[in-house]
Design a protein around this ligand. Structure first.
Ligand code: FES
Ligand code: FES
Length: 241
């Protein structure tokens, strides 16, 4: 504790503004402090000294990972679901929130090539890993084979579940380029489609597998993900043509 503070507290001149400033107590970075008149480096608050440098200490760890081929870092809390980090902090809205409980597959992303339900996948588990979302799977000018077949066969109805469906299918084909019908059904069992597009989804996956096109590398640096702005610009250009 600083001797200078004790002097201040004993002095009538020092006490008066201190009492007034109790009304102005507020919190910053988890530490209580008085703004204003106390000596600048340390002050007793709630029977413990608080030093100014603490106010500026970062308590949230920085979590680094690769998102769609780009190195990124996040200061979100380590237990934040990856889905919210990707959607809210990195503004990639292709992965959808459905159940929030790992039951519907709408939020499916790849973490180190494995399809995961990002609504129940804490950010901390993405540390130093490769995260790929639907935005990193292909580009408007270079669609992933699954995306191309999806468009060609008009697979989606409302579309809400479809990014999750495609991400799960892409992980399946990466591991098993020629799955049987039963293997497709098994792999896709965790992805719910309320519009009931299951027959078209299965047929599209089998078509890609039959064409031998399922093993396209994902999120390689050369297939860098488009920014949200560039996708929107590409869409506008296509629409205006
Ligand atoms: S929103 Fe993640 S599994 Fe349903
Ligand atoms: S297309 Fe509507 S939920 Fe699957």
């Amino acid at each position: 504790m600083c001797g200078a503070n004790i002097c201040w507290r004993r002095s009538a001149i020092g006490r008066l503004p201190g009492e007034l400033l109790k009304l102005g107590l507020f919190e910053a970075g988890g530490h209580m402090y008085w703004p204003g008149l106390w000596p600048m480096h340390c002050m007793p608050v709630a029977h413990r000294p608080i030093c100014w440098p603490q106010l500026f200490q970062r308590e949230t760890p920085m979590i680094r990972f690769t998102l769609n081929g780009k190195d990124v870092q996040s200061v979100d809390a380590p237990d934040t679901p990856l889905l919210w980090v990707v959607r809210d902090s990195f503004k990639l809205k292709g992965s959808k929130f459905g159940c929030g409980a790992g039951l519907c597959g709408a939020c499916t992303m790849h973490v180190d090539g494995v399809a995961v339900q990002s609504c129940v996948w804490p950010l901390a588990r993405a540390e130093a890993k490769q995260v790929v979302t639907i935005e990193g799977l292909g580009t408007p000018s270079n669609l992933h084979p699954l995306q191309a077949v999806w468009v060609e066969r008009s697979v989606p109805q409302c579309g809400y579940c479809q990014s999750g469906q495609i991400m799960t299918a892409a992980a399946l084909l990466q591991n098993n380029p020629s799955p049987s019908e039963a293997e497709v059904e098994q792999a896709m069992a965790g992805n719910i489609c309320r519009c009931g597009c299951y027959p078209r989804i299965k047929a599209a996956i089998l078509a890609v597998a039959a064409a031998g096109a399922g093993l396209q590398p994902i999120a390689s640096p050369s297939a860098a993900p488009p920014s949200v702005a560039s996708v929107a610009a590409a869409r506008n250009t296509e629409e205006s043509v």
